[in-house]
Design a protein around this ligand. Structure first.
Ligand code: ATP
Ligand code: MG
Length: 409
């Protein structure tokens, strides 16, 4: 009788444990689902992080959860979301310097810190407060993308946390980091598309201005002179010759202008003769216009590639040479194109180089500078390549690498 009672007590304990384990698994699944749907929503980033923090509070019974993101200077963690016992985001810990307090330390070390007995053994600095509030455990995860830390999630609990919950929290923190990165990339792309549209408008305006103010005026003058010419009496032979030579000169000028404009819009040689000839042609015109000597080292092994690859590489050459003319102060440029394991294109100058803030811009395509460098990055990314800019006070190299060398046609 007694043995049977013991057995059923054991069974019921086991059932309870199984029920608890299932409940915990269900909560963790619900947490992942809520965080996933918050990250996929169209809300702004702050609102999304707030939803994620609330989901953690709800599903793993955290007492409070906070999310900090590193600011643009990479020096201060700024509080973005706070759920549970504290919901203000402008209080004492709204700004934490990198390396300061436990949160700043986690960010600096790009690590996590978990403690199930914070009142007695932890690096949490205000233990009296933790004791007063009945807090037992802390879990802090850095939000990391590759080698870059972008923020920290910190969580306090009134109960200790199990290994499975910690694993779930770790993967939720990873999902939040990836989500933030994707949302920021989309935002950068939106800004860049806006900038590209604006610069396209600006380009159209400038073409319209050129056509109207220069070519248009020349054509009006040409028409006037042709009118004068037809009204001349046969005896005015000298005046006739003079007018004809002026008409010729104006017609030549109009032809040159239209040719330059159409070349800027889309070089016809790119389609029928390919990238190498288009670069040779463009470099020659560039040298005539600017006086900057362009040395070419174009390997004949490159051959023809897909149309969009040739166009993207041509646009990189165009933008890099324009930048050399506008910003570098260099009187020489060099373009190299060759194949080794992939395809390489390099445009080099011996000018003053990019400043430190511009260097940041070239590493973080979203960093606000001009449109030229970010759009080169985007174009090259779209054809599966990588663009790097190496710059010192002695010159700049724009380097494009396409790993597979682009598909030959
Ligand atoms: N070859 C270079 N040498 C020195 N500085 C450069 C060079 N290329 C770019 N820069 C610097 O980097 C900045 C950003 O270049 P980017 O091409 O993105 O914009 P931009 O040329 O100023 O304007 P745009 O949007 O018309 O291209 C430039 O303003 C310039 O200061
Ligand atoms: Mg530019």
């Amino acid at each position: 009788m007694c043995a049977r009672r013991n057995l059923s007590a054991k069974q019921s304990r086991r059932h309870n444990l199984e029920r608890e384990a299932l409940k915990s698994l269900a909560s963790q699944a619900a947490l992942r689902a809520d965080v996933g749907s918050a990250l996929a929503s169209a809300m702004d980033l702050r609102r999304i992080l707030q939803k994620c923090a609330e989901a953690i509070v709800k599903h793993v019974e955290a007492t409070f959860v906070r999310v900090w993101l590193l600011n643009d200077d990479q020096e201060v963690l700024e509080l973005q979301a706070s759920a549970g016992m504290y919901t203000r985001i402008n209080g004492t810990y709204s700004r934490i310097a990198l390396g300061k307090l436990e949160i700043g330390h986690i960010a600096r070390k790009k690590t996590k810190y978990v403690n199930n007995d914070i009142v007695h053994h932890s690096r949490i600095h205000d233990k009296k407060w933790a004791k007063r509030e009945g807090l037992v455990a802390f879990a802090g995860y850095s939000l990391v993308i590759g080698k870059r830390v972008i923020g920290v999630v910190g969580m306090f609990f009134k109960h200790s946390i199990t290994r499975t919950i910690l694993d779930t929290l770790g993967s939720v923190a990873d999902a939040i980091a990836q989500g933030i990165e994707r949302i920021r990339a989309e935002e950068r792309l939106r800004q860049l598309s806006g900038q590209l549209l604006r610069s396209q408008d600006e380009e159209r305006r400038s073409i319209a201005r050129d056509l109207h103010d220069s070519t248009g005026q020349d054509l009006v003058a040409l028409a006037t002179m042709l009118g004068q010419l037809s009204g001349l009496t046969p005896s005015k032979e000298r005046k006739k010759r003079l007018l004809i030579s002026e008409c010729n000169a104006l017609a030549e000028k109009c032809i040159r202008e239209v040719r330059t404009l159409s070349y800027m819009l889309h070089p016809p040689v790119l389609d029928h003769a390919g990238l190498e000839d288009a670069i040779r042609d463009y470099a020659k015109g560039f040298n005539n216009r600017t006086g900057i000597r362009v040395e070419l080292e174009l390997s004949p092994r490159v051959g023809r590639m897909e149309r969009e690859i040739e166009l993207a590489l041509f646009r990189v050459v165009q933008e890099s040479l324009t930048n050399i003319h506008r910003h570098s102060g260099s009187n020489r440029a060099k373009i190299r194109m060759y194949r080794n394991s992939g395809l390489k294109l390099e445009i080099t100058d011996i000018g003053r180089g990019l400043s430190t803030s511009e260097q940041r811009g070239k590493e973080e395509p979203g960093f606000e500078l001009g449109v030229g460098i970010p759009s080169m990055h985007e174009r090259v990314k779209l054809i599966g390549g990588r663009l790097e800019i190496e710059s010192t006070s002695h010159g700049t190299t724009v380097r494009v690498t396409i790993p597979f060398g682009g598909k030959r046609t």
